[in-house]
Structures are given as C-alpha cells and as structure tokens.
Design a protein around this ligand. Structure first.
Ligand code: ADP
Ligand code: ZN
Ligand code: ZN
Length: 695
C-alpha cells in the first residue's frame, strides 16, 4: 500500500505553490529526507517536509498523485531544527519554504546521479574531524583583561552576546578562544562563523585554520565552484567540519551539532540579502541560536543600532549581553587622532586641502602608508556639455552614466549600459564636454599630479594604488592588491568602502575621507548610522601597529565640521553617537522602536507600478486599522527607473513586530489577488521586504 509524503520543491514564484506538495511513496520517509520528484515535465530535487507546513487544501485525488522518483537516502535527513529555521524564515520574510530550502542546498545535489552522490560520500570520512595538535599550530595568545573577561562571560552565560570591541581590540582572538573552549568541552560540537564579505573570508579562514587545522574548517560562499560547495556543505551536514565559515548564505548551512554562532562585523549591510528572499543572516543567527540551543556572539566596533538597543541593560529591558572591549591591543589603548578640515576655509575647488596634503607627504617621507576613502568609483559621475548643458544621462534609468577615463566609456552603474564617450556633444555638436565631479579614478590622477615631485626615502617616486569594484572585477586581483599593500609595496591606497573594512594593515598611519557630506543630508534615516560606522571602521585601519599608533590620524574633509556626528567621531564615542541617534529615532517612531516592511512594485510605467500598490493598500485598510499598522502612500523608488523598468514602493509600519507579521501574512493573498485584477495590469513583479535596510 502506497503512502503519502509531503515534499518541498522549488516552484517558480508565479505558480502559487507555497508549501509542500503531496507524492506517493512506498516506504515511510523521515522528514528532512532528500528525494527526487516529478514536477510538471521535469524531475526536481525535493525535501520530505512536515505536513503541518503544507498549504494544500481540500481533498486530494490520490489517483492523480505521482510517485517519488528516487530517495537519496545515502545522505542523512536534514534535521528538524533546520526545517524549523526554513519554515520560520519563509513565514517571517514572506517567501515560500521551498524557495528558501532549495536555495540553501548545494546545486550539485540537483544534478548528480545517486551513484555520483555515493562516490562523493565515500570521499568523506563520515566521522568528526579532530582538532589535532600540530606543532606548527598558531597558539592561543595570552588574553588581555578585557578579552579574558569577555571570554569568561561567554563561557558562563547564555547570551546572545554583543561583543562591542574597538577596532584592533582583539575580537578575533575572542572568537577563536570561544571556539576552542567549546571544542575542549564538546569535541563533536560545530561552530558557525559569519563574515560580511567574501573578500574577508580568506583572512579569517587563515586564522581559523592556523589555530584548528585545515580539516576542521569548511567554507561556504558564492565564490566556490559547485564541487567545492557540495564538498563543504557535506562536511557540515555530516557533522565532520568543526567550524563552518561563510557569508550570509552560510546561515542556512546544515550543521547537526551546532553549538555556537559568531557574526563578525554584525552591523554590515551585506548580511541582508537584497533580492529574492530578503532575509537578514544576522537576525536569523539569533533565531537559529535560540532554537538550536547554540550561543550567539555578534561582534562589532560599531554595532547596528538595533543590536545596540537590544544590548541595553537588562533592567531597561535589554535582551543581549553587551561585552565591551574599549582598548586597542599593543598601543597602550591609543586610537587615531581625528582631524576635521573645515572645507569652507580651504582654497576653492581644492580636492585635497593643503593641511591634508602636507600630512600625506609627511607619511610618505616616513615610509608609512595612507588610505584615502571616496565612496564613488569611476572618473567623474557626470559628463556635461558647457554649451547646451547636455548631461550623460542613461537612456534606460533615472540617473547619469559615469565617465570612466581608463577605457573612455560612459557606464551606468544601475543597469550596466556602456557606450564609448562621444567626441562631441550628442545634442549640439560642441567639442566642449567636460567631467563634472570626481570619482576614485580621477582622485588617483589628481593625487598623482600633486605628488609628482615628492620622493620616497629611497628617492623613488610615490606609489599610488586604487581598489574599487572597477579594479577588482577580475578574480584574484583584490587579493593581489591587498597583498601588495600588506607588503608595503604601496604608499597610498585610494578606494571605496571596500578598503575600510576589516583589514589588518600594519603600516597605515593616516586615513582620510575626502568627501562624505552627502550622507549627512540623505533622506534615508539610516544614512548617519552608515556614515559613522564607515568612518569609525576606516579610522580603525590607522595606527594598528604600536610603532606608529601615537602619530596615527583619521582626517575628514567636510563643510559641516560642527555636525554632531563628527563630534562623536572625534571622541571615538560610539555610545554618544548611538544615544543621539536612538533618541531621534524614538521621537520619530523609527526602528528599532517600530517595525517596517516595504512592498516594491515594478512596471513598464510608474502609474501601473503605483496603481498596484494603491489597490493593495485600499484592500488592506480594515486589517491595518485593527492591527495598528500604518500604510504610507506609494512613492517612486530612487532611482525611479532602472533598465527601462519603473519602480515604486510603499512603506508599512507598526509598533509591534507580531502585529506587522500578522498583517503581512494575511496580506499575501490580497496582493496575489490584486495582481490578477485590472489594477495589476502592466505589473512586472512585486515583492515584500521585511525589515528593509534602505528606505
Ligand atoms: P579586531 O578584530 O577587534 O579588530 P584583531 O582580532 O584583528 O582585532 O586583533 C588586532 C591585532 O591584535 C591582531 O594582530 C591580533 O593578532 C593581535 N592580538 C589579539 N589579541 C591579542 C593578545 N591577547 N595579545 C597580543 N596580540 C593580540
Ligand atoms: Zn551640447
Ligand atoms: Zn542605466
């Protein structure tokens, strides 16, 4: 007699298949078992799922059901906890469980035959790797008092912990020793370490493998080949890897013995997925720790204001335990001196103010390194005709195409549209077309000219390098460039925020932010938080070595030197900054004091994009009122048009997370119905973003 099983599959978004589908199977299958099932004309990978999460209604016509094609029982089933994580993420972020579950599995699972899978499995020893005591192993350091205290509390309390440690305070050593402490107690335990960027994985991976050995550490990120991803996923799933290290996608790694989760640079925006299921790996880490009984450590020198707020004292209602490490290691606690240059008092059009330039020259003469930060790549953000005022607009997007001098192209950073720079103005024919404004490429050129006559101590010319998305497009270039920087082969490194994060450059004694004023007046309420964090992180690259820490400096050129952000920066006072921001947010009823979601719509014209949102909001009025949810008017997104698609969004806000969740869950059906109605005509797609980072 054939039984029924529910199987979760990855169905196309428009199919309306949300949960599991029913199939026939002769044997009883445990939840979490991987299977292959027919779906339409294809055969697809699926996971046997708990019936409760199936959304099929009505009576099933068993005769129409198809049988499971194959059972991949050579691979142990995914755990109940893992299924719970998937179900929660799907419900919370308003996506289907099938989409989340299947995206979390290595693509090769779909492609390999059972025989091929068996062969892969044979290569895995299927026993926990041990942390062996190699003689060359990097030994634990003697902890500073601040590190030791943090470690003791992590060992004895339940958490979650917010490790609030200044840049260079030795957070990584705390991660490493928390891991060894746990493994000494529970040799089978597994540890998940999340890093914000793929570029930072090699660095941290090296430190973990140096301490625990290569066989104990596995990685998961989008830069792996399908075969590597399969191998590393299996190492986690089979309980073999002790430490799984990865970018946000690794939050869904199958780790049956998970006991500890660490999220490095927890404030980083890249923990939020920006397409498809827009989950926050940081927030899911806290949830996952809770359901699996794993401790969670969130680490940052500039925590997100959400985490900061959660880590207020327990008496005030805080849920996280804040562990502070205010002192930098080996520098007597000294942090770089912050120098603000009032650009109102500098020569007009000066890119580098004279005092900053002098400071840079002094560094070169002393054989120290400088980092120059500018958040805009390319040569110039706009090309303009001085005769008729033509500007290099993108014909498909709202915005200008950026001038890249190196290959004389105009490139749209939104849609990628690239053309050669015209010789004359396309409108009036004038040859007088000029770059307006400045990007990293032009900055490199300008600085080169300014320092043309400056020599290094050995008489050779100054070496300037640039790192941004343009220079690092080819695989491996970033690593090479970083290595040159570490080796001291570069005097001045110019770049976007890529260079401000996480790197332990030893010889940098000056960091300068050239022009970051735009963030002070952004309409996005998170812009000040991002700017402050960026500047603090950037300052953290300066003076990391004891020999230069005393003369290390962070320069900020600004037209608004008395802005409170800069006051707090000068004092390296994150607490003061956070207090100020949280007060404003509390007064304005913004997160973390309220909860938000965005509905975004895309259509050929703006009217259709907005009509869909409007209809959806009208139909939700009653439920919004009952639940205390505010629906704001639909507005165009910035940029409004990308690749010839018009975009609009609508903000939903509520003081209660639960009420917002209830509202969104009920609303899904309404949104789908509006999509099918006349108001949904012309719509290309819509999506909900829960806890959006950019409004
Ligand atoms: P963070 O992650 O907090 O910015 P790191 O973990 O990179 O800081 O540590 C900064 C530097 O201090 C590193 O070079 C690290 O090797 C060193 N370090 C960390 N802990 C100790 C310690 N207890 N004793 C000596 N050096 C340490
Ligand atoms: Zn013109
Ligand atoms: Zn474009």
């Amino acid at each position: 007699m054939q039984g029924l099983v529910q199987v979760l599959v990855q169905a196309p978004a428009h199919s309306g298949i949300n949960g599991a589908l029913s199939y026939l199977c002769e044997q009883a299958l445990a939840h979490g078992t991987l299977v292959r099932v027919p779906l339409g004309k294809r055969e697809t990978l699926g996971v046997v799922w708990n019936k409760a999460s199936s959304n099929e209604t009505g009576s099933l016509d068993v005769k129409k059901l198809k049988p499971v094609t194959a059972v991949l029982d050579c691979i142990p089933p995914l755990s109940d906890h893992w299924q719970q994580l998937v179900n929660f993420s799907a419900a919370y972020y308003q996506r289907s469980a099938g989409e989340i579950a299947l995206a979390a599995l290595p693509p090769q699972l779909r492609e390999l035959s059972e025989q091929q899978l068996m062969r892969r499995l044979l290569r895995h020893p299927n026993k926990p790797s041990e942390v062996d005591d190699d003689d060359n192993r990097d030994l634990p350091r003697t902890l500073t008092n601040q590190q030791a205290e943090a470690l003791t509390i992590i060992g004895s309390e339940a958490g979650p912990f917010l490790l609030f440690g200044t840049t260079g305070s030795g957070k990584t050593e705390v991660y490493l020793q928390s891991a060894s402490q746990l493994l000494a107690r529970e040799p089978q335990a597994q540890i998940l370490v999340l890093v914000p960027e793929i570029n930072l994985t090699p660095q941290l991976e090296a430190r973990f493998t140096a301490r625990f050995g290569t066989s104990a550490v596995a990685c998961l990120h989008s830069g792996l080949t399908p075969a590597q991803r399969m191998k590393n996923w299996l190492a986690g799933h089979l309980g073999q890897a002790r430490i799984m290290l990865g970018t946000r996608m690794a939050i869904f790694a199958s780790l049956p013995n998970l006991r500890l989760i660490m999220v490095d640079e927890e404030h980083d925006a890249s923990y939020k997925q920006q397409e498809g299921a827009r989950y926050s790996a940081r927030d899911l880490a806290v949830y996952r720790g809770h359901i699996e009984g794993a401790k969670v450590i969130l680490g940052s020198a500039t925590p997100s204001l959400e985490s900061w707020h959660h880590s207020r004292s327990a008496a005030q209602g805080g849920r996280y335990r804040r562990l502070s490490m205010p002192d930098r290691i080996g520098t007597g606690g000294s942090l770089p001196t912050v120098r603000l240059v009032d650009m109102n008092h500098q020569p007009k059009d000066a890119v580098f103010s004279p005092p900053l330039l002098a400071a840079i020259k002094a560094r070169v003469a002393r054989h120290e390194q400088c980092l120059i930060l500018l958040n805009r790549r390319g040569y110039a953000p706009v090309l303009r005709c001085s005769e008729c005022d033509w500007k290099s607009e993108c014909s498909y997007c709202t915005g200008y195409r950026v001038f890249h001098k190196i290959d004389r192209t105009l490139r749209c950073h939104h849609c990628g549209q690239t053309d050669r720079v015209p010789r004359t103005c396309p409108t009036c024919g004038s040859p007088d077309i000029r770059p307006l404004g400045r990007g990293t490429e032009k900055l490199e050129e300008t600085l080169g000219e300014l320092l043309a006559s400056v020599q290094r101590p050995d008489g050779s010319p100054v070496r300037i390098a640039r790192i941004d998305a343009d220079t690092t497009r080819r695989k491996g270039t970033l690593a090479t460039q970083m290595a040159q920087m570490h080796a001291g082969a570069v005097d001045i490194l110019i770049g976007t925020q890529m260079i401000a994060k996480g790197h332990d450059f030893r010889q940098v004694s000056l960091v300068a932010a050239i022009n970051s004023d735009a963030a002070l007046f952004s309409s996005d309420f998170r812009a000040p938080e991002r700017l402050f964090s960026l500047l603090m992180q950037a300052a953290g690259r300066s003076g990391r070595d004891a020999s230069i820490s005393q003369q290390s400096e962070m320069w900020v050129q600004t037209f608004y030197p008395v802005h409170p952000i800069f006051e707090a920066l000068k004092a390296h006072d994150f607490d003061a900054f956070a207090r100020l921001q949280l007060k404003e947010r509390s007064q304005a009823g913004l997160p973390p004091f309220s909860f938000q979601a965005l509905v975004r719509s895309e259509a050929r014209d703006q009217a259709s994009a907005q009509a869909f949102l409007l209809a959806a909001s009208v139909r939700a009025k009653e439920s919004a009122k009952v639940l205390g949810v505010t629906i704001y008017p639909a507005v165009p997104m910035t940029p409004q048009r990308v690749a010839n698609v018009e975009r609009a969004q609508m903000l939903i806000e509520c003081l209660s997370r639960m009420a917002l969740q209830r509202f969104l869950a009920d609303w899904q059906e309404v949104l789908r119905a509006v999509r099918q109605s006349p108001e949904g005509k012309g719509l290309i797609r819509w999506a909900v973003d829960v806890d959006p980072l950019a409004i």
